[in-house]
Design a protein around this ligand. Structure first.
Ligand SMILES: [Zn+2]
Length: 491
């Protein structure tokens, strides 16, 4: 990827549709689809809540589906899941028209790009890197980062995601890191903050440079807890964007700080040349605290080495397919005995909902698997992957990638009450027969009725609860407009 900043520019005609995208994003705070009920009651405030009569997709292998069941929440945790629960002291939510499932885990997103939705839909990876990291990234202020992270979190929770991994590679000053974390904390969403490099492609010019030392300050001063709603991680460059010695030092830093570490790997033509997984395996660096994003071009033995080490792989299907990164690694990860986590990746051209990403990952992998048989002259007699498994990618596999699988990812007694309620009846389509298919194939954010994080309503009857969402729209619009003009137009 060359670093010629003069290769690109967007004119005003190109920018106006981009800003329309910003408006769409900003509108989420008041979003409510027309077919939702007009009668509303206040969001539950009690510590004890009984979700009654829902179709439950627990994503817990011990007890995966209740056709009709109750969930008892006590003080933010799941106290019981059963066919019928008697809890006279609890505040009751009638969920007879709803499907309950764990909140999604978005295992890879760059929230800092949330004010610039709709600018990158025609870009290749090379154009994206030059325009975002070469063009816009250096102009991101700490306040831009705060606004984008806050709005991005609200978009996520509105679409049923309760945990985000924020790969933040726009930390131009320590104040940027602090404001990004401020937004995550204020959002009410569970998150892992991946402390990354500055948002300037020039920073990548020295591949032997160490990760910013300020990450240690943030860990000590702001994110020292390993049980809070916002946790810390390192988002490093890794072997495909830096030298192996630099990667080794960066991973050592993460382990010194006691946090997980993530990196982009194995995409495009860079992947097969650099062999990031092989480098990491040979250096003895793989382990359960390592998360590799994309991983499109590993060999079968490299996928196996990654999975066997306990390291995880996150796919971001829509971005990978558009930008020339290669086919999503979904099938390879499965063959190696693992399950992929899934992320939406870049808000500059991908919508917030995880159902779109798992639907794309599922159907693309089915197409590849079916095609293999067709090429051998056989019609597929059955499909290779179930819809229910695709939901697992967006819940348990994501939780595992973030080191949070003992706390979230399934509706299991003792876990945090991170739960979403999705309407059974998609608009104008009647009721889908199978709750997993209803969620994966028919749902968007518009069908997400209510979302709880730690048992606290963040979206209730179609509306965001957090008052911080109010008044964001204009500030976000201004931020996006300024960044696009400074970063792209005035090059
Ligand atoms: Zn990414």
């Amino acid at each position: 990827m060359n670093n010629d900043r003069h290769l690109f520019s967007l004119n005003r005609r190109q920018i106006l549709p981009a800003l329309a995208g910003v408006a769409v994003l900003a509108g989420v705070q008041g979003a409510r689809s027309a077919d939702q009920p007009t009668q509303s009651r206040p969001a539950p405030t009690r510590d004890d809540i009984l979700i009654r009569g829902a179709s439950i997709l627990t994503m817990d292998p011990q007890n995966p589906i209740f056709e009709r069941g109750d969930i008892l929440i006590r003080s933010g945790r799941i106290a019981a899941v059963d066919h019928s629960i008697d809890a006279p002291d609890a505040e009751v939510i009638d969920a007879s028209d709803l499907i309950a499932l764990p909140g999604f885990v978005n295992a890879h997103i760059h929230l800092w790009q949330s004010a610039m939705a709709g600018i990158a839909g025609d870009w290749s990876l090379d154009q994206y890197v030059q325009r975002i990291l070469g063009g816009i990234g250096p102009h991101i202020s700490a306040e831009d980062l705060y606004l984008a992270n806050l709005a991005g979190c609200f978009e996520q929770v509105s679409a049923g995601t309760t945990t985000v991994f924020d790969y933040c590679h726009a930390i131009n000053t320590p104040a940027h890191a602090d404001r990004a974390v401020d937004a995550l904390l204020e959002s009410g969403v569970r998150s892992v903050f991946g402390y990354g490099p500055p948002g300037d492609w020039d920073w990548y010019a020295d591949p032997n440079r160490d990760h910013p030392e300020d990450a240690a300050r943030l860990r000590k001063e702001r994110l020292s807890s390993d049980s809070g709603l916002v946790r810390m991680a390192l988002a490093i460059r890794g072997p495909d964007e830096s030298t192996l010695p630099a990667t080794t030092r960066d991973i050592a830093m993460a382990r010194r700080l006691g946090v997980i570490v993530t990196m982009h790997t194995g995409w495009g033509t860079v992947g097969p040349k650099n062999k990031a997984a092989r480098q990491l395996a040979d250096a003895g660096l793989l382990g359960p605290d390592i998360n590799l994003v994309h991983a499109n071009s590993f060999t079968a033995s490299e996928y196996k080495a990654v999975v066997d080490s306990g390291a995880t792989i996150t796919v971001t299907p829509e971005v990978e397919m558009q930008m020339g990164m290669g086919f999503p690694a979904t099938g390879h990860v499965r063959l190696a005995g693992g399950r992929p986590a899934v992320g939406t990746d870049i808000p500059t051209n991908v919508g917030p909902d995880m159902t779109t990403q798992i639907r794309i990952a599922l159907q693309m992998q089915r197409a590849l698997d079916n095609d293999r048989l067709l090429r051998e002259g056989q019609d597929p007699k059955e499909l290779t992957i179930t819809v229910h498994e695709a939901l697992e990618w967006a819940t348990m596999a994501g939780a595992r990638a973030l080191g949070l699988d003992r706390e979230i990812g399934s509706i299991t007694k003792g876990k945090a009450a991170d739960i979403q309620l999705i309407r059974k009846s998609p608009r104008d389509l009647g009721q889908a027969q199978n709750p997993a298919e209803s969620v994966v194939f028919y749902s968007t954010a518009a069908q997400v009725e209510s979302v709880f994080v730690n048992g606290k309503a963040q979206k209730w009857q179609g509306r965001l609860v957090n008052s911080a969402a109010h008044g964001l729209r204009d500030r976000l619009l201004q931020s996006g407009q300024r960044l696009i003009e400074q970063g792209l137009e005035k090059k």
